[in-house]
Ligand binder design. Sequence first.
Ligand SMILES: CC(C)(COP(=O)(O)OP(=O)(O)OC[C@H]1O[C@@H](n2cnc3c(N)ncnc32)[C@H](O)[C@@H]1OP(=O)(O)O)[C@@H](O)C(=O)NCCC(=O)NCCS
Length: 172
Amino acid sequence: MQQVDNMEKTVDIQFVKGVKIRPLRGEDLDIFAEFLESLSPKTEDTFHPHPLDSANAKRITDALETTEGMYFIATYFRYGKEWVIGYVYFGAGAVPSLGICVRDGYQGCGLGCSLMEHAVEIAQKAGRKGLTLTVHKRNPQAIRVYEKVGFVIAEEIENGTMYRMNLQFEKT
Ligand SMILES: CC(C)(COP(=O)(O)OP(=O)(O)OC[C@H]1O[C@@H](n2cnc3c(N)ncnc32)[C@H](O)[C@@H]1OP(=O)(O)O)[C@@H](O)C(=O)NCCC(=O)NCCS
């Protein structure tokens, strides 16, 4: 994974102080797999970039050394054990696709905004020209978070059921 300055930050969210947002590492396989597998059907309905299972957690963590994509998790220590409560990533290329998910039970506490701010900051530092994503129209909470960090609706896709949203860092 590409390295830029300040890949880690600590944020406070509602109910949890000191949540660390940091790059995903190979040794995070078990806690990352547990996070993906914990996601409820409702969350999975809006976030399904790939099957949310340990096989895909392994595929992602195994590729971290070589991928041009950038992957971050949000964690804190709960009962003495590091616990993943959020995940954001973007892929390779000048204007990569971004994906984000917050653990059930921690949604609506400000973590999504913090993860998005971090991803945007890192993508800019990493020399990306912008970011793109798709979102269900019936996901106003996600749309709100994306608009707060500067994404704008570019088009309707999938028979008008979804939006493509873009964030451009500089004029091309
Ligand atoms: C979408 C998601 C990443 C957002 O993260 P989050 O931690 O819940 O978001 P935050 O708490 O930081 O912010 C939510 C914002 O949406 C607002 N919001 C909540 N419900 C809303 C609604 N029905 N309509 C409009 N805005 C809404 C909140 O008020 C808040 O805005 P504010 O800070 O201006 O008050 C998270 O909810 C999630 O993982 N959902 C399931 C998976 C998913 O949808 N992923 C995205 C796929 S495109």
